[in-house]
Each structure stands twice: as C-alpha cells, then as structure tokens.
Design a protein around this ligand. Structure first.
Ligand SMILES: Nc1ncnc2c1ncn2[C@@H]1O[C@H](COP(=O)(O)OP(=O)(O)O)[C@@H](O)[C@H]1O
Ligand SMILES: [Mg+2]
Ligand SMILES: [Zn+2]
Length: 419
C-alpha cells in the first residue's frame, strides 16, 4: 500500500483523556459519527480483521462452528426469558410497519437457544458449540473511551450445548484455554477473576480483565505478595491489608448458564435412555472492538501505538525520506515489491513530506518494523532498520538487504532479532 494514495487521516491535536481513544483518533483508526457510534477507517479495520482472525482460528480449533445470527430480533423472544424487563433501556426497541416490536440484539442467548431448540433433539447431536462475530447494540447510559464502551460494537459470542454438567465443565474449560491463547496472541496479559453473573444469569462466570485506567472494574493488588483480588478488604492469599487499588477493563466474560435458557425456550433432547432433558448451556463473549482499544492500552509510548506483530495493520513500513530522488524512490519500490512478494503486508511512505512528518506518523500508527531509506545512508550503500517497540536501529547493507531481513523477520514466532 502506498501512503500517498491510502486513506490514513492522522490528526495532531486530540484532547481525549483515554490513551486508546486518543491514539485511535490520532492514528486515523476510527472516526466518531455520534456519541458511542464509530466508523472504522482502513487502518482500524485492518487491525479489527486481524483480531477476528485470531479469534476465529482459536474458536475453530476447539471445534466451534461459526454462524451469523440476525441483529434484528422479535421482542417476543425476549419476553419468554423475561430479559426484556431486565435489560430495560439498554435494549433498543421499535415497531416495524406490521406493528411487530423488534429489538436490536444486545446479545444472543435467546436467538441461539431458539435456533438450537428447533434442530437438536438427541444426545447424539451433543456437544455442540456455535459462535459468531457480530455487531451488538446497547443503548449505554454512558458511552465512553471510543471503542471501550460504545453503543454499537463487535462481539464474538459463543454458546455451548451439552448433555450434562460434566459436558459443560469440559466446554467451559476448553473455552477458558482458548481465551488465554487469544489474549496472548493479541499481545495482551489479562487477569482472570471469577465474577458476578449479572443479567446473563447462570451459576458461575469468569472475567478476563486488563489493567487499564480506561476500565470500569475495580480490583486490588496486594503490596505484600502481589496477589490480585476483588471485593475484599484483606488479601485472600496472605491476609495483608496493604494493597493497591487498580482499574480493570473487561475484555472477555465466560458463563456457565446451566438450563435457565433451554428450559424457558424449550431446548430439550432425548438422552441414551430416552429421557427428555434440558440442554446444559454455557456462553462466552469477547469484545472484539473493545479488544482493539485494550491492545493499545497495553502497547504504546509517548509517540504512539506499538502494534504487536500478530495484529498490526502492516508488517513493515518503508519510510522513503527522499522520494524526489529517482534512484532512491525506485529502490524503495524494489524493496516494497520484493517484500510484498514474500508475503509481507507492506506500507510505503513515499509522500512528498518532511522527514519529521513521516517519522511522526510512522511512530504514531505503530507498524512494528520500519525500513528507512534516506540520502546519507543510501550513498553509503546502507539502509536503516528500526524496531518500533524500542526504536532499536540496525544498519544493513543495501545490496544484500533482503536475506538478512527476511531471515530475521522469519525467525521463530516472526520476531526480528536485533539483540
Ligand atoms: N458497550 C460496549 N462496548 C464495547 N464492548 C462491550 C460493550 N459491552 C460489552 N462489551 C464487550 O463484550 C463482552 C461481553 O459482554 P457482557 O459480559 O455481556 O457485557 P457486560 O460486561 O457489559 O455485561 C465484554 O466482556 C466486553 O468486552
Ligand atoms: Mg461482562
Ligand atoms: Zn497478599
């Protein structure tokens, strides 16, 4: 992709307190339409797609099947579980031209249970895990922090259907480990807490949080032993009363639902002995769009975002400092073509801009590796390779740049070795 032709509307002055919101606007990832409602711009969408790919890979590999459920839902369905009252104003409702009352799905337990009730009737069809990556609507009282709490957001929601509690335990555990992998692959270090089941209901739930000032959950860290805990006035591990108060941002939430939804919506099956039983369910959410903000909250410096390689919008950015020089520009294109052919996603900044502007934008949008080609190094047959995370620099031979570069980019786990 060529920077001069691409759509990356970076901004210089943005007065938002939340780090991720500020950088999302400055780096041209998202654009506000109204409070709590955002458009994804090309760079932001690229990151979102890569996060989705990590989520999909891990859902598919635990044996979950992807579906796509309607956002538009009849309110009747929600009356069967009495959750229309429970959700209240959060749910966006309206009447269609036939007089039906519809809502925009804030979550999908009702729809999926209704679906499964129509098709699953025997123990032979269980266990079953279905998931989707889809837009949710919640009329939040206080939307904030851009994608952190918005009224329209993208969630991965998965639902497990089992014969009994042991089956549910297995599904829940496999989902738990998939969550650990997803967060790790996205460059996040989450803390896991058992949590209140809230309006979703059920018997047990775990929340995956990251420490972040833009979050709304409170937790504590013991100064004595480092243990993390919630809702207590002493550390449960060492009984110390000396602790730090922290803010957490919830990125994922998994629930053991049991049979509350299947009983209300008629999702039953016949077991091995022909006995009619309610399907035992679990539900598992990840805020995919919120995760984008969460990754920024944990990966930035004063100059901008530092994308983890796994979900960066591009793998490499070539910064051409002197595009006015024919020879330098054509060399940059040659590097661009070669790396693209090798399967890397490459951004080439060949704009007629000052070097300072290019570096500012490069550090702001946070592509993990930069190849800088400028007059001075070029005349000495060198080019500069910079790792965004620590700005560590490496001068490489311009004639033989490819092999060492590709070798290092291709190191196990794709990390470039500069140390
Ligand atoms: N308004 C929102 N904006 C962005 N992401 C959200 C929002 N509400 C929930 N999420 C994400 O969806 C995940 C699952 O939602 P859920 O647990 O049902 O929400 P809540 O914790 O608000 O009750 C959350 O862990 C969070 O990452
Ligand atoms: Mg939650
Ligand atoms: Zn302690």
């Amino acid at each position: 992709m060529l920077f001069s032709k691409y759509f990356i509307p970076t901004l210089r002055e943005v007065k938002e307190e939340s780090v991720s919101f500020r950088f999302s606007l400055k780096a041209g990832l998202i654009s506000p339409l109204a409070s709590g409602i955002y458009s994804y711009l090309p760079l932001g969408l690229r990151v979102l797609r890569r996060i989705e790919a990590v989520v999909r890979k891990n859902m598919n590999s635990l044996g979950a099947y992807e579906v796509l459920l309607p956002a538009l839902q009849p309110l009747e369905l929600w009356q069967k579980t009495k959750r229309s009252d429970l959700l209240g104003e959060v749910m966006i409702k309206f009447k269609d031209r036939r007089g039906r009352i519809l809502c925009l799905g804030p979550t999908h337990e009702e729809v999926i249970t209704d679906l499964v009730s129509k098709y699953v009737s025997s123990y032979r069809e269980l266990p079953l895990i279905l998931y989707q990556i889809q837009t949710k609507f919640r009329d939040e009282l206080r939307p904030k922090g851009g994608l952190v709490r918005s009224c329209e957001f993208i969630m991965k929601d998965a639902y497990s259907f089992d014969k009994n509690e042991e089956g549910l335990e297995k599904s829940y555990q496999s989902m738990y480990s998939a969550y650990e992998k997803i967060f790790k692959e996205c460059g996040l270090k989450p803390l896991v807490f058992s949590a209140d089941v809230g309006f979703i209901g059920g018997s047990a739930s775990c929340e995956f949080l990251i420490e972040s000032s833009s979050g709304e959950d409170n937790f504590f860290q013991c100064r004595n032993c480092g243990f993390y805990f919630r809702d207590k006035d002493t550390c449960p591990k060492c009984k110390s009363r000396d602790y730090l108060e922290k803010k957490g941002l919830e990125l994922g939430h998994i629930f053991k639902l049991g049979t509350i939804y299947s009983e209300k919506l008629g999702a039953y099956f016949l077991d091995e002995e022909g006995k009619r039983l309610a399907i035992v369910m679990g539900c598992y959410g990840i805020g995919v769009s919120r995760l984008l903000s969460g990754v920024i909250e944990q990966n930035y410096d004063s100059e901008g975002i530092i994308w983890p390689e796994s979900i960066a919008p591009f793998d490499i950015e070539i910064v051409c400092l002197n595009p006015e020089e024919e020879e330098i520009l054509s060399f940059c294109f040659q590097v661009y073509n070669t790396l693209s052919q090798q399967g890397f996603q490459v951004l080439l900044d060949e704009r007629a801009e000052y070097s300072g502007v290019k570096f500012k934008d490069a550090y702001l949008i946070g592509i993990p590796y930069l190849i800088v080609v400028g007059k001075k190094n070029f005349s000495e047959d060198k080019l500069e390779f910079i790792r965004r995370r620590d700005k560590k620099k490496l001068l490489i031979d311009k004639k033989n740049y490819l092999e060492p570069l590709i070798n290092s980019l291709r190191e196990k786990n794709g990390k470039v070795k500069l140390d």
